[in-house]
Design a protein around this ligand. Sequence first.
Ligand SMILES: NC(=O)c1ccc[n+]([C@@H]2O[C@H](COP(=O)([O-])OP(=O)(O)OC[C@H]3O[C@@H](n4cnc5c(N)ncnc54)[C@H](OP(=O)(O)O)[C@@H]3O)[C@@H](O)[C@H]2O)c1
Length: 314
Amino acid sequence: MPNQKRRVAIVGARGMLARMVLRSAPSEWDIVALSHPQFDLTDRASARMGLSAFQPDVIINCAAYTDVDGAESNEALAFSVNAVGPGNLAQVAKELNATLVHFSSDYVFGGDKTAPYRETDCPDPRSIYGKSKLQGEQLIQDSGLERFFIVRTSWLYGPGGKNFVESMIRLAQQREELRIVADQFGSPTYTADLTQAALNLLAEETTDTRKKRTPDPLYGIYHYANEGQCSWHRFAEEIVSLLKTNGETIKAKLILPIPTTAYPLPAPRPSYSVLSKAKYRKTTGAIVPNWRQALARYMANRLNSQSHPQGGSP
Ligand SMILES: NC(=O)c1ccc[n+]([C@@H]2O[C@H](COP(=O)([O-])OP(=O)(O)OC[C@H]3O[C@@H](n4cnc5c(N)ncnc54)[C@H](OP(=O)(O)O)[C@@H]3O)[C@@H](O)[C@H]2O)c1
């Protein structure tokens, strides 16, 4: 349907990623934004009712229970939102003949590898959050829905959400010394780039160009994060360096590396969760921006939107 208006439902519409999807959606899309609590994906009847009224061609699920540490003591809620919910959406998508785009996490992996995780690597989640996200993937795959993209991503940041970048900016403005974990490695990912990746995958539904690049099936699991890798400590150093470059006033003078053991949290994290983007690149032919470039773009846009609150592009 190359020139047809696509009807797209965005679920979890007030979340950080959803805001970017709404901001970046092609103008030719006909969009409905469904947000909690009016739209609850854990209740299949309500999800069916909310979605069938709109008859979407595409459902983009940005909803999740994302409090990784909170999930350790709220297991039932985490599984309900991250597993039952996506399973419900897959069933409804099948009934409505819609494509489902769902986001999952690098925390489905155990972290024992030292080379980027591929889609074919065996998941081994260690936290309740990771286990609930994995079950969500499995329920989609077992639903009988044929047209779905499960996009696993990592270390997400962007406007309008609680995230590491915003926490570091706040801390750098308040404290002279920051102590940041230096023995966990992953890839920071800007919501603008993840959104573009989802749009690129969806665009492949309507073109034949992929077939020249790969005979593999289009639908299934994909990994997407910004290119390159770092520790949380290196990530924090880059954030503070960009604050300085942009002339922002900060207190932070020292950013000290600490081991995970010095900052105990309820949920265990993988010590390595870099995702291989090879399948995404082969499928879409797209370039994956490097994490440092993406962060610089975010910081510049952030500054720009502070001085021009209505403006700013992703
Ligand atoms: N943030 C990260 O670092 C990260 C890393 C890897 C993967 N991911 C994945 O990326 C996706 C987007 O994450 P995000 O950071 O944008 O999430 P987010 O900002 O926490 O937003 C999640 C949204 O889901 C909504 N929600 C919760 N329960 C719901 C329910 N029962 N029915 C409908 N909506 C419900 C929340 O609404 P309320 O606020 O009203 O509860 C919230 O608006 C998620 O799948 C997440 O697992 C995130």
